[in-house]
Design a protein around this ligand. Sequence first.
Ligand code: BEZ
Length: 401
Amino acid sequence: MHRIVYKGVSRRSLLRGAGGAAALGAFSAMPFVKARAADPVKVGLMLPYSGTFAKLGENITFAIEMLLEEKGGMLGGRPIEFVRLDDESDPAKAPENTNRLVSRDEVDVIIGTVHSGVLMGMIQVVRDSGTLLICPNAGAGAATGKFCAPNIFRTSFSNWQPAYGAGRQLGVDGVKKAAFITWDYAAGQEAAEGFKSGLEEHGGTLVQTLTVPFPETNWQALLAQIPSLGVEAVGSFFAGGGAVQFVKDYQAAGLKDQIPLTGSGFLTEGTLGAQGDAATGIRTALHYGDGIETERNMTFREAFLARTEREADVYAVQGYDAAQLLAAGLEAVGGDMDAEDEMIAAMAGATIDSPRGQFTLSAAHNPVQDFYLREVQDGMNKVIGIAAEKLSDPATGCEMG
Ligand code: BEZ
């Protein structure tokens, strides 16, 4: 276990009971205050509510609130109190923001975040404090790899996974040479690695990776290089506002009909209204798509639309499932978060009945799931096949203590 335990009491419980880190030194003289059953569980929502990923953070939040309302406002018999924090997708502020939630706001759980660099800035704080973290998007591999821990869970994906699916599909389709273009930060780098693995295991070669700094959108010089690379396809990782711009610029550069664009499905997720015809025909791989006609998904989509006047997307699904995972843990222990080991075991062993389809978690606490092949048709990411079935992240370096 990576949780720091003082005489059988976790540091998180200690901080909550004593009112802050300053009290740690006075532990022996201090009574341990146990949360009463009716006390709210404090959930920190550390998400981007501004910048290029703002809409992603909003949809995650709306879906978490929706699940809670479906459960009558209580999980495991405890009311839930949210503490919201805009992380601005700024990795430099992540440790301080996480500390604020843990030490000042004394949250019991953090649901966060979207940006991989911010997630990596949160990891040390939650590992040291033992605070339960459920990641509803950011795919940084190390969170469920080298820095995996019993109290760290993810209901989304690792960056490697969808990109592996996209690369694999190209290889299966007979593509021999491809390039990859992305933002130069953890998510983009790991997506490029996943794309390369999927493509090269299936007979193709990744000839070049092109990058721009996050969150810049000045990729014109890179687009100009692509025709000279001699590639049959271009893989990519972009999301949110940047993805809208990239897909439009790819078309405007005259590349769309020459060299098919593909990649992790965030490229066309929650963005189609703004991308318009520039996105039509683009094939991507993702663990969600349109036209999954299960009752579970249709009910979810209708409820989300009615609540938010927005079509649901993968971000909403991941947020909803983060709340479902928390519910599974709290319900297993009747809301008693001091029963940490039982709660963690229930979460690790849960089967989540997600709108994307049911999924379980790997030993590293990352979803094992299908990655759909989607094609943009009539303004939808229509599921047309499976790019990678029951795909698990390699979880390199994970030793769950
Ligand atoms: C990430 O930084 O991990 C990420 C951001 C947006 C969409 C997908 C992944």
